[in-house]
Design a protein around this ligand. Structure first.
Ligand code: PLP
Length: 398
């Protein structure tokens, strides 16, 4: 065999013996092309891949993709998991899968902003109408918003930025009674602390970017489906070629290994910060369902087994833009940046009032000042609290 053929085919004689051992971690399978032994083998594997939702071509990944999908799916007692390349896609792909021309979507008003943009700017182009509902609305109110063409109810508990809790079992049962399918953004619940499919939800989506990956170094999405919805979601994945690189998947698997160890620290640090912040005169309200006085506390206690490190505070009305900016600049241990779920603490300002169309603002008793969303990282809580105090001190000088 000529050298060029040896190099192209990778056949170097295999003189070195291979031993039957393996590393702790899975191999990163890179590949566009699967090879088959025969035409029969090819059609057999391709048929099985369609049935089992696994791979026959590189776009659906390799063994490591199956490991990852199995891991996050099992955490929530799903039927099958679908990996996608971002949390945003994990939210939008199921909408594309379950909705079509002439359908209506009931969408929670507190939905993650870019999903709202997708609903407003893209869904109408494919003939889907979107009706927003207040996260705190009753079933009767929801019933009044429902139309004969409503097909999907989209949930999120607690809500992005404003942290309203929803009664998921009641909503899922109501949706079933009306033949609607349900999708929930369960990023905050992490799969460890809340298991939506156990409560009757059809599809649970995750920004795996956050706690699953957990180190602010990956963008990744996870979709947990029940048996009734999985083929529709897989069809969208295959139709659009929603491929995920094996390196990103490896990072997700690595993150999952320590998620159950990391999360209690995020939870308890978050509560320590929330309790401290609620005693400050500059803070009108703290929105954190694990706080006893939070209006959603009873639902959190009933349905969740823990809390993540993400919550918001509403500042007093007299704290203006310059003061908020001075506070954020003075913080030394909190980065000013989007995303969350990594090892580090973050603090980011929000104006949810500007984005909501179906909720009453200001919500009675909540306050109408600036919102600051905190993410409690894995640092020592005493240091995190001291940093807030010195930044409040700096803010007061402005
Ligand atoms: C609740 C929620 N869902 C989904 C996403 C989207 O995740 P990604 O950043 O991976 O697209 C985010 C991102 O911040 C989020 O906060």
């Amino acid at each position: 065999m000529k050298d060029v053929t040896k190099l192209v085919t990778g056949r170097h004689g295999h003189k070195m013996e291979r031993l039957d051992v393996r590393t702790v971690n899975p191999s990163i399978n890179r590949g566009s092309t699967y090879l088959y032994d025969s035409m029969n083998h090819m059609s057999e594997v391709r048929g099985k891949a369609r049935e089992l939702g696994t791979q026959s071509y590189g776009i659906n990944g390799g063994d490591i993709t199956v490991d990852w999908q199995e891991a996050f799916c099992e955490l929530e007692n799903g039927f099958r998991g679908v990996a996608v390349s971002s949390g945003l896609l994990a939210c939008t792909a199921p909408l594309l899968a379950l909705l079509g021309q002439g359908d209506n979507l009931l969408m929670i008003d507190s939905v993650y902003g870019p999903v709202r943009t997708f609903c407003d700017n893209y869904l109408p182009r494919i003939g889907v109408s979107v009706t927003y509902y207040d996260p705190l609305c009753t079933l009767d109110e929801l019933d009044r918003l429902r139309t004969p063409s409503t097909r999907v109810l989209y949930l999120e508990t607690p809500g992005s930025v404003t942290f309203e809790m929803q009664d998921i079992p009641a909503l899922a049962a109501w949706a079933k009674d009306h033949s609607l399918r349900t999708i929930i953004d369960n990023t905050w619940g992490t799969g460890l602390y809340f298991k939506p499919l156990d409560h009757g939800v059809d599809i649970s989506t995750h920004a795996a970017t956050k706690y699953m990956c957990g180190h602010s170094d990956v963008v990744s999405g996870a979709i947990v489906c029940n048996e009734e919805t999985v083929r529709e979601v897989e069809a969208i994945r295959d139709l659009f070629g929603l491929s995920v690189a094996p390196d990103e998947i490896y990072m997700g698997l690595r993150g999952l290994r320590t998620m159950a160890i990391r999360l209690p620290v995020h939870w308890h640090n978050g509560l320590a910060l929330a309790n401290h912040l609620k005693g400050l005169p500059e803070v009108a309200n703290v929105l954190h369902p694990a706080l006893e006085q939070d209006p959603g506390h009873a639902l959190w206690q009933r349905d969740f087994t823990g809390a993540s490190g993400l919550f918001s505070v509403v500042l007093s009305r007299d704290v203006g833009w310059e003061q908020v900016d001075a506070f954020l600049r003075a913080l030394k241990l909190y980065g000013l940046g989007y995303s969350w779920g990594g090892f580090e603490s973050l603090c980011v300002p929000h104006r949810p009032q500007a984005e909501r169309t179906a909720s009453t603002w200001p919500r009675p008793g909540i306050g109408d000042g600036f919102f600051l969303r905190f993410h409690a990282g894995l640092e020592d809580p005493d240091d995190l609290i001291a940093d807030i105090d010195q930044a409040i001190h700096a803010m007061k000088k402005v």
